[in-house]
Design a protein around this ligand. Structure first.
Ligand SMILES: Cc1cc2nc3c(=O)[nH]c(=O)nc-3n(C[C@H](O)[C@H](O)[C@H](O)COP(=O)(O)OP(=O)(O)OC[C@H]3O[C@@H](n4cnc5c(N)ncnc54)[C@H](O)[C@@H]3O)c2cc1C
Ligand code: FES
Length: 276
């Protein structure tokens, strides 16, 4: 019988520094067969563990052609700090992928609005890659990304290429800029970018990921311009233990964030997250 708790050794192939407390790790299973057969969807997550320390749910932000994938990790506690100390060639354990991804079928032919805050951008990067590679399958792409400071932004090295995506708009904002720091975009909450937003409610889907309060404010603003709840998708974060619907740790109302989510349509999850 398949043991879903079973984790497999993986190797850190590459580490990319994103900010003072965040790195992107390219990982691959040690077992070649397992690696070759690895498939995941944008928005799904892995349970990544260090023996003797614990496990953390981490989103898949990019999948390479050889099946290795990347995850962007912010150092906030025990597990993530241990991952943060790893070097290229070191090993850890992984199981997954788990959860639902973004609604890929529904996105086809639609305008896509991405609203991301802080470490909420990594789970959405797969969607940007998808649109970039299959441009004619989608309508207008708009990305609104906010972070605490310019230095906290992840994937800065991709911004130039994202700005070149045809039929798209890319808006950046930060809460504060430290003295002497160069910043030519907005200062303010992500919702302060909404007045200039090009995406309209017709034939559009909005994908939101970031702090829950940010997603609630963004959803409220979208509703005022005519978005229906079933045009808005959010990715939720809850503390996870098993990752596949067995332990109940991540439960929110009748839903298990690990199994029924982490991506939910707003009309499905709205009653359980106290919308504004
Ligand atoms: C579906 C999903 C996808 C995620 N994707 C990413 C990702 O791509 N990159 C990333 O850096 N993090 C991601 N997270 C959050 C990540 O799982 C937690 O930061 C991690 O588990 C913390 O473990 P730790 O042992 O390092 O911290 P701990 O020592 O357990 O906790 C440190 C601090 O972080 C808080 N915390 C821990 N877990 C969570 C959580 N799930 N939500 C909110 N606060 C938490 C604790 O309350 C505490 O204040 C994701 C979480 C989920 C549920
Ligand atoms: S983490 Fe165990 S049920 Fe979701």
């Amino acid at each position: 019988m398949k043991n879903e708790y079973m984790a497999y050794p993986a190797v850190v192939k590459k580490i990319l520094k994103e900010s003072s407390n965040t790195n992107t790790y390219t990982l691959a299973f040690v077992n070649e067969e397992k690696q070759k057969n690895f498939k995941a969807l944008p928005g799904q997550f892995m349970m990544i563990g260090i023996f003797g320390i614990g496990e953390a749910a981490l989103s898949i932000c990019k999948i390479d052609e050889d099946g290795s994938f990347s995850t962007t990790v912010r150092n906030v506690g025990n597990v993530t700090n241990t991952i943060y100390q790893l070097k290229e060639g070191d090993k850890l354990n992984m199981r997954g992928p788990y959860g639902t991804g973004w609604p890929l079928e529904e996105l086809k032919g639609k305008d896509i609005l991405i609203v991301a805050g802080g470490i909420g951008l990594p789970p959405l990067r797969g969607i940007i890659d998808l649109v970039q590679k299959n441009r004619k399958n989608y309508g207008h792409l708009e990305i609104i990304y906010g972070a605490r400071t310019p230095e906290d932004m992840v994937f800065k090295y991709e911004f130039g290429a994202w700005r070149q995506i045809k039929n798209s708009r890319f808006d950046l904002t930060v809460d504060t800029v430290s003295l002497g720091s160069k910043w030519e975009c907005k200062i303010g909450l992500v919702t302060s970018c909404f007045p200039q937003m090009k995406t309209r409610n017709k034939n559009s889907i909005a994908l939101l990921c970031g702090p829950e309060i940010m997603m609630r404010f963004a959803a409220k603003c979208l509703e005022t311009i005519g978005f229906k709840d079933n045009q808005i998708y959010v990715s939720l974060e809850r503390r996870m233990k098993c990752g596949f619907g067995k332990c109940g740790h991540c439960q929110i109302g009748p839903k298990y964030v690990c199994k029924d989510g982490p991506v939910f349509s707003y009309d499905e999850i709205r009653p359980y997250i106290h919308p504004l």
